[in-house]
Design a protein around this ligand. Structure first.
Ligand code: NZQ
Ligand code: ZN
Length: 389
């Protein structure tokens, strides 16, 4: 168990009918606002009009950056930074899922950098200053609404990189579960997998010693997703289901679960290569990879924790041996991803072959080993990609 520092200062407005507070919250950071959003879902669901009404009521001057892509591009970061510089923007308001929020975070820093925003992501240039970011979340998945991480893609170099900076922590986030009623079954399922993967990948499956409190909390996050994701698929407008998924998303990756452990997220590192090369949905890549990764690293040392997960989270038979229990847990998890949530189960099914596996594996390991629950060499990573075909 490591010492840790925990600080999370994002102010959360959770629940329905809280948008009336948007104007006053944004206004405390200035009057010139850059509203950022994706491909138009916020207009389709009528949310755009409501947001504009509140901003106008508060007398704010609003500029817009639309069209932020899923797996947001560095070129869009540059577009946003240009608007910030030209229009003297004071504060950014991101309305969307993780992609919109992540892109907006990097824009907030690129606004003070005279060069390609990609330099900030690669750490070629340091982040020294950032504009304040306020968010309105519309998709439960990444935790970006309450963390200081951003993930940006560069399609020219086939790179998708994460960057953390304390200045990226949103000042305020509005979490209204009704804003996620319109999320498609596919994106709901991918979001659910992402939340679960944040628990597995970064914290639950770790060789280090954790606090029992945190372990129990992680199991509850997983159980919450397992209970409510299928309900949200069946009844998209079930408030309780959407609310539970939304709060689970924030708490799975707001650093609380990281307290006392330290680890690289193996499946995330491998998935970011899939997204970087093939622009696939993050949660889908994680769903395909995770059970294979578990099988690959299953041995005497990892079996007890996999079995414990199966028993405490999925309620599998406690009397099974560690190895039998671990195998059963992996099976039940696969069924949840591919049968209950209905996601595609192989890379072949989504049109990905082995052409780039070697290069992707090398990149995932950054030329060394991918540290995690079990350290993985580039050959190991390539083997795992092959298991996904
Ligand atoms: O672009 P729009 O029109 O908004 O449509 C989006 C997009 O097509 C749509 N959507 C969002 N809210 C909706 C909606 N459709 C209908 N109704 C709504 N209410 O959903 C699609 C996917 O949106 P996106 O923002 O890409 O999804 P997500 O929130 O899963 O974000 C994924 C990105 O976040 C990164 C991923 O790698 C990926 O780039 N991650 C960010 C992390 C972080 N910041 O901490 C950690 C994660 O592990 C992850 O890597
Ligand atoms: Zn993730």
């Amino acid at each position: 168990m490591y010492n840790f520092v925990f600080q999370n200062t994002t102010k959360i407005y959770f629940g329905e009918n809280q948008l009336c507070r948007l104007g006053e919250e944004v206004k405390q950071y200035g009057t010139r606002v850059l509203l950022t959003y994706g491909g138009g879902s916020i207009k389709k669901i009528g949310h755009y009009d409501k947001v504009m009404e509140e901003l106008n009521k508060a007398g704010l001057t609003v500029f817009e950056l639309s069209g932020i892509e899923p797996n947001p591009r560095h070129t869009t970061v540059n577009k946003g930074a240009e608007i910030c510089k030209k229009e003297n923007i004071d504060v950014l308001l991101a309305v969307g899922g993780g992609s919109t929020i992540d892109c907006t975070k990097v824009i907030s820093a690129a606004a003070f950098y005279d060069g390609d925003g990609w330099d900030l992501v690669t750490r070629k240039a340091p982040i020294t200053k950032a504009l304040p970011v306020v968010t309105i979340l519309t998709l439960s998945a990444t935790g970006s609404e309450m963390n200081a991480t951003a993930v940006i893609s560069n399609l020219d170099t086939n790179e998708k990189l994460g960057i953390h900076h304390p200045l990226f922590l949103p000042k305020v986030s509005f979490l209204d579960p009704t804003n996620t009623y319109s999320v498609s079954p596919y994106q709901t399922a991918c979001g659910a997998v992402d939340i679960m993967s944040h628990v597995f990948d970064v914290f639950y499956f770790t060789a280090g010693k954790k606090m029992d409190l945190v372990d129990r909390f992680m199991e509850n996050v997983l159980k919450t997703v397992i209970k409510y994701a299928p309900l949200a698929l069946k009844e998209p407008e079930n408030y309780e289901a959407r609310a539970n998924l939304m709060w689970a998303s924030s708490w799975a990756l707001n650093r609380f679960l990281e307290t006392g452990v330290s680890q690289v997220a193996s499946c995330h590192a491998m998935e970011h290569e899939l997204s970087a090369f093939y622009d696939i949905t993050h949660g889908l890549g994680l769903a395909i990879l995770t059970p294979r990764w578990m099988k690959y690293i299953l041995d005497e040392s990892t079996a007890p924790q996999f079995k414990k997960f199966g028993v405490n989270v999925f309620g599998i038979d406690e009397s099974l041996s560690d190895m039998e229990g671990a195998k059963r847990a992996i099976e039940v998890l696969s069924d949840f991803f591919f049968k209950t949530l209905g996601l595609q189960s192989t890379l072949t099914a989504i049109g990905i072959d082995d052409k780039n596996f070697k290069l992707m594996a090398k990149k995932a390991c950054k030329g060394d080993v991918l540290k995690g629950y079990k350290h993985l060499t580039p050959q190991d990573v390539e083997n795992i990609f092959r298991m996904c075909l």
